[in-house]
Design a protein around this ligand. Structure first.
Ligand SMILES: [Zn+2]
Ligand SMILES: [Zn+2]
Length: 447
């Protein structure tokens, strides 16, 4: 029985699935692919120059004035209606082209406080003073220069092919992704009220560990909720030789850090991913002085809202318990809501539709599914808690030679995102980025 029915099932299953598959590629798109390739080829040298210029002139979060002005100017030239300074330095560029869906394409613009050590001829030498007046280097160590360049390139391709699609483009260049504040700032400044509200949102992110020409994607939950918690453990300072006259906040804080380790290991369901990391611990000035307080900063990652709530409550409970056990004043526990980033859930239908297209464009071997990672991305905010379908994919950016070298015996691992050694291979990265994003938009808007 089983033997006879099995082949029938196997024959029927793929056909039945593909008939209902939401990810079918628009058949009319096929004839446009060579056109897109032609435009990308023509644009590429100029785009690589633009990329190098942006790379050499990085700006920190909410300081992206020159980058914003440059790319806003490019979209004005193409006939987009451009509004600047949305959410401090954000850019919104709208192009209406008949009846059809509205597609938002997002790039982020900010760089990181890192001194570049890549040694590339167009390396950044920029140094600035940060909020605390410290002198810091500035580097596009997360590839947001790639995102801006692909954004301009995609706008150019889609304008050149205006007769092939119908609908509205909303190109958003966002500030301050690195501090999780830019998308929020733009939405609070009326992004969805002053400009057309999107039916779909798309974004790409450079992947520092993946070969150029390849793509990583995640269907559904892609990235975690991110919270920052600041804790001040209070004690009573005094002479290090007379601890009995003091309440030592260093001992309390040390105990608190150990207590935190049991939140994920003992209180969270083992099949529910979560992270609690103390990334900063500061107290005291000298060996023989017991300080008045100790300050800690904690990052919390979760993938369920109920788990998030439970962990945040547990941190407060454990801080209070550690203080109470030493007869210390109540600690200050602050959840930094201004730094919260909600989890990123890629819409399943939009992901399948777009990945189905990418498979046809690049080949099956270039598309790699990736499980959820516990990093965060404020692109998630554009979905308004899942009301609007969003999809972000990761664009391979490392040359094949460097990937091969890193895999050799004795080869050193590739420098990841946010490190001083990360640099993309501009040509193939930009070519793949502009081609995939242009066709992903056309797949939603083609006539
Ligand atoms: Zn980053
Ligand atoms: Zn980034």
């Amino acid at each position: 029985m089983i033997r006879r029915s099995l082949p029938c099932l196997l024959l029927l299953l793929p056909a039945a699935l593909s008939a209902k598959e939401p990810g079918e590629v628009e058949p009319r798109l096929k004839e446009h692919v060579p056109l897109v390739d032609g435009h990308v080829k023509e644009q590429l040298p100029g785009l690589v120059d633009m990329y190098k210029h942006l790379h050499q002139n990085p700006e920190l979060s909410f300081k992206e004035e020159k980058s914003a002005a440059l790319i806003a100017g490019e979209l004005k030239k193409l006939g987009f209606e451009v509004t600047e300074k949305i959410g401090i330095t954000g850019v919104v560029a709208v192009l209406k082209n008949g009846d059809g869906p509205t597609v938002l394409v997002r790039a982020d613009m900010d760089a990181l406080p890192v001194i570049e050590q890549t040694g590339v001829p167009y390396a950044s030498k920029v140094m600035v003073r940060d909020k605390t007046n410290r002198e810091v280097g500035v580097m596009h160590a997360c590839g947001h220069d790639v995102h801006m360049t692909c954004w301009v390139g995609t706008a150019r391709v889609l304008t050149a092919m205006k007769d092939k699609w119908k609908g509205t483009l909303v190109f958003v260049a966002q500030p301050a992704e690195e501090i999780g504040a830019g998308a929020k700032a733009m939405l609070e400044d009326g992004l969805y009220k002053r400009f057309p509200k999107p039916d779909y949102c798309l974004a790409l992110h450079a992947d520092a560990l993946l070969e150029a020409g390849h793509i990583h994607f995640t269907e559904g939950l892609a990235m975690a909720n991110v919270d920052t918690v600041e804790v001040v453990i209070k004690g009573k300072g005094g002479h290090g030789a007379a601890p009995h006259n003091c309440i030592d906040p260093i001992v309390i804080a040390a105990k608190f850090v150990i207590d935190l380790q049991t939140i994920v290991s003992r209180e969270v369901n083992p099949v529910d991913p979560a992270v609690v990391t103390v990334g900063s611990f500061h107290g005291g000035t000298k060996a023989n002085i017991i300080p008045n307080d100790v300050k800690l900063q904690i990052t919390v990652r979760s993938t369920k809202d109920s788990t998030r709530k439970m962990i945040l409550e547990a941190i407060e409970r454990k801080a209070k318990a550690a203080a109470a056990s030493a007869n210390a004043p109540e600690p200050e526990v602050t959840v930094r809501m201004d730094e919260f980033t909600p989890k990123l859930e890629n819409n399943v239908d939009l992901t399948r539709k777009t990945v189905g297209l990418f498979r046809q464009l690049l080949g099956e071997d270039k598309l790699h599914a990736r499980p959820t990672i516990m990093g965060g991305e404020d692109f998630s905010r554009y979905s308004l808690n899942g009301q609007i379908p969003v999809f972000m994919y990761f664009l391979g950016s490392v040359s094949a030679d460097r990937v091969a070298l890193s895999k050799k015996d004795g080869g050193s691992p590739l420098p990841g995102a946010h490190t001083d050694g990360y640099y993309p291979q501009p040509d193939l990265t930009m070519k793949t980025g502009v081609k995939t994003m242009s066709l992903a938009v056309l797949n939603l808007l083609v006539k």
